[in-house]
Ligand binder design. Structure first.
Ligand code: PLP
Length: 398
């Protein structure tokens, strides 16, 4: 009998973290591995944010904070939501956490009872389905493909809804596909939600600022559903602060209070120094964010033009985030030079790592076995070299 609970035994290890680990192990043996596997930017945290953290250390902000975050930070987030998203939230509707990931877990655990259905379009970020498992909910997937730019239609949504549907969960811009829903597309989905007033909506907007189609639209901007939307966002991607651990949720007061209660028993407030840095970030200029956007747009075009020329890859032009998710299914069933068969995406990702020395992540853990996620959060020269290695490795498959 296992000493571990069924809860943990049923949970999958994060595939992105696993691939990064395999890549590091190979690199430790002296192999020159290029990692396109991790979801973090290669920029530095802006200086004005670092300065605020240094000041907070010197001012001895070393103690427990309110569980939901210091009031200045929550007010700065409410002001950001008004300024950048034209959304009205009181600061007491915002709960700060140790990252968007914790905010997602908080919201799911506060909403989902065993057996409740959570509708998730595929491909989705790896943790979504695992967090639903933790809450003993049932994930109901809406499959999309590269042919529809990985978007669901109102009819797809309607067809997935049952009397047990409790929650709909998505990210736009999306990880792993970079897909961004336009205002019109969201408006069409909102029409469906209007017919089903008991379904909550988690809108993961962590890639809000890495968006190449102009203004980001939050589904919370639609008044008819706003009260049942939980916006998830944080510092990780926009301010290159993945290690600082700060995320937040914005939602109705009843749910915000429940999230505060849950967090009070699990982690308490996030790091006091990070909260002061976060206050500066949300009160400060978006210049560094805009610079990052320009760089990512250039890299997206660079990588797109390189990937387009690889036979057998089906690739679309992502409108946001910093990933490509080409369809690689035409390589399944092919034979590698060592005689092994590439049966699926996991085999292909391992082959690219061991033969091409490029770390990627197979689509399986994102709920789409045909895809392969490539992150372009790397310097241009590395990207050019990595794609040329991938091209060469794929050409060896017969
Ligand atoms: N949501 C999505 C879609 C992500 O890609 C990530 C990180 O990769 C997160 C949430 C988690 O962000 P954080 O580092 O703030 O926990």
């Amino acid at each position: 009998m296992s000493i571990l609970s069924d809860r943990i035994n049923n949970l999958a290890e994060s595939a992105t973290i696993k691939m990064a680990k395999l890549g590091r192990e190979l690199a430790a043996k002296g192999v020159d591995v290029i990692s396109l596997s991790l979801g973090e930017t290669d920029f530095f945290t802006p200086d004005f944010v670092k300065d605020a953290a240094k000041k907070a250390i010197d001012a001895n902000y070393s103690y427990y904070t309110p569980v939901a975050g210091i009031p200045d930070l929550r007010k700065a987030i409410a002001a950001k939501l008004k300024r950048e998203n034209n959304l009205d939230y009181n600061f007491d509707q915002i709960v700060v956490s140790t990252g968007a990931k914790q905010s997602l877990a908080n919201a799911i655990l506060c909403l989902v009872n065993p057996g409740d259905e959570v509708i998730i379009p595929t491909p989705y970020w790896v943790s979504y389905s695992e967090l639903v498992k933790l809450a003993e909910g049932e994930s109901v997937f809406i499959n999309t493909s590269i042919d529809s730019d990985f978007k669901i239609t109102p009819a797809d949504l309607e067809a997935a809804i049952t009397p047990k549907s409790k929650l709909f969960m998505f990210s736009s811009p999306n990880n792993p596909t970079g897909t961004v829903y336009t205002r019109e597309e969201l408006a069409a989905l909102v029409k469906v939600f209007e017919k089903h007033p008991d379904i909550y909506i988690i809108s993961d907007e962590i890639y809000e600022h890495i968006n190449f189609i102009g203004q980001h639209t939050s589904i919370a901007e639609f008044e008819s559903v706003k009260d049942r939307v939980i916006i998830i966002n944080g510092l990780s991607k926009a301010y290159a602060m993945t290690g600082w651990r700060l995320g937040f949720s914005a939602t109705n007061k009843t749910l915000a209070d429940a999230i505060d209660k849950l967090q009070s028993q699990v982690t308490s407030g996030t790091c006091s120094i990070t909260q002061h840095a976060g206050t500066a970030a949300y009160q400060g200029s978006l210049d560094s964010v805009k610079e990052m956007q320009v760089t990512f747009l250039r890299r997206r075009d660079l990588v797109y033009n390189l990937l387009k020329n690889i036979d057998g890859l089906k690739v679309n032009l992502p409108a946001g985030a910093f990933y490509f998710f080409p369809d690689v299914s035409s390589f399944f069933g092919k034979t590698a030079p060592d005689g092994s068969t590439i049966a699926n995406g996991d085999d292909l990702a391992l082959y690219l790592l061991n033969t091409g020395h490029v770390a990627t992540v197979s689509g399986d853990s994102f709920g789409d076995p045909n895809g392969l996620r490539l992150s372009y959060a790397a310097a241009d020269e590395k990207l050019i070299e990595a794609i040329s290695r991938i091209k060469y490795a794929l050409e060896q498959l017969k």
